[in-house]
Design a protein around this ligand. Structure first.
Ligand code: BTN
Length: 241
């Protein structure tokens, strides 16, 4: 389904370019000057060393649009992790809600943004970044980030990872459109060992809260055991301690 790939050299953010395009469009850049991460962070996007990709999806046309939209980021995480396993022979773990990890460090991330302001979400821009080659990361991320080449110790074919990722996202998107949510949730759980029983700090709206992870629910929310109650976390940051 992703046969319209716009390949650009330099953009501010591929998500911005994709926001104007129809379902199925793919935007890829060699570098981004204002790559975005979640929660207003910058996504470091040096030339030639990563995959900076956005695809346009329309979960509103799913049989169950609400759940399809809620589970989009988790589905994409499973897809990209599977693709990296296949194309670069590397075991990738997922951290709720949108992080790709390898060797205990962050390898990539996903940023889903509504392409329509207000009203029903017709289109969603699903952006993902994967660190492929070693790069001079800024000091604040250097000791927390890794790349495919660092982890595998060899050269990695970026185009192969791209094509495998797009094919896997297309398959998982089809699962979402047709309501095969349990397949996605099970695949996600299998890649996220620390979604159960890990001590975390949740930066909630009212301040930091310590808890222990207790899995994800059917809508993809993180269950957090705090003392004797369980909280559903859908927003705020989770710090893995
Ligand atoms: C995160 O881990 O916080 C999400 C990172 C998402 C980065 C990708 S790179 C392609 C797309 N364009 C952006 O500006 N961000 C996403």
């Amino acid at each position: 389904m992703f046969d319209r790939i716009t390949r650009l050299d330099t953009v501010a953010s591929t998500n911005d370019v994709a926001a104007a395009l129809p379902e199925g469009a793919v935007v890829l850049a060699e570098r981004q000057t204002a790559g975005r991460g979640r929660r207003g962070r910058t996504w470091f996007s040096p030339p030639g060393s990563g995959l900076y990709v956005s695809v346009v999806l329309a979960p509103a046309r799913a049989t169950e649009p609400r759940r399809a939209t809620l589970l989009l980021t988790l589905a994409a995480g499973v897809a990209i992790a599977d693709a990296i396993d296949e194309a670069a022979t590397l075991r990738v773990d997922l951290k709720w809600p949108n992080d790709l990890y390898a060797g205990g460090k962050k390898l990539g991330g996903i940023l889903a943004e509504a392409a329509t302001a207000g009203g029903p979400v017709e289109r969603v821009v699903l952006g993902f970044g994967v660190n492929v080659a070693r790069a001079a990361y800024p000091p604040d991320v250097a000791d927390r980030a890794t790349s495919l080449e660092t982890e595998t110790g060899g050269a990695v074919d970026r185009e192969r990872v791209l094509q495998a990722s797009l094919a896997a996202i297309a398959r998982r998107y089809d699962d979402l459109l047709t309501g095969r949510f349990d397949v996605i949730l099970d695949a996600w759980r299998a890649r996220a060992p620390n979604a159960i029983g890990a001590r975390v700090t949740w930066m909630s709206g009212t301040g930091p809260v310590d808890g222990v992870t207790d899995g994800i629910d059917a809508d993809g929310a993180l269950r957090l055991r705090i003392g004797d109650r369980v909280e559903r976390v859908v927003a705020g940051e989770i710090v893995w301690t």
